[in-house]
Design a protein around this ligand. Structure first.
Ligand code: AMP
Ligand code: ZN
Length: 117
């Protein structure tokens, strides 16, 4: 069921403390932790604690967890003292999504190109 922990989900395991992660912030509804394979000097993932497969599902989740994730992404950006940064939700395999528990990538600390690859 949407929102319930999934036994086979890596990020649900991080939320549950069953897989270690470098957690930088946590709220009642979100966790932010460092990406294991950073693509920028700062690369932090912000996830809802509730399991939703992707940003499309998160967008319609009740309560509106998408707002919590975005608020936390900004809080992490502030803590990391990032003035310029990128927030990315890869959605679907064609866009590079590999973990099907919704997550925002917060990337910063280097210059970035547009359009992304
Ligand atoms: P995506 O490809 O958009 O689904 O992003 C998944 C991200 O999760 C990738 O950037 C991975 O490097 C990251 N990742 C995978 N396993 C872990 C882990 N155990 N701890 C932290 N980040 C992870
Ligand atoms: Zn999950």
């Amino acid at each position: 069921m949407a929102g319930e922990p999934q036994d086979d989900c890596l990020f649900c395991k991080i939320v549950g403390g069953h897989v270690p992660a470098t957690i930088v912030r946590e709220t009642d509804t979100t966790v932010a932790f460092r990406d294991i394979n950073p693509q920028a000097p700062t690369h932090i993932l912000i996830i809802p604690k509730a399991h939703h497969a992707d940003a499309a599902a998160l967008a319609t989740a009740e309560p509106l967890l998408a707002a919590d994730v975005l608020r936390e992404a900004q809080a992490v950006a502030d803590e990391e003292k990032l003035e310029s940064y990128r927030i990315v939700f890869n959605t679907g395999t064609g866009a590079g999504q590999t973990v099907f528990h919704a997550h925002a990538h917060l990337l910063g600390g280097r210059g970035m190109q547009w359009p992304p690859g």
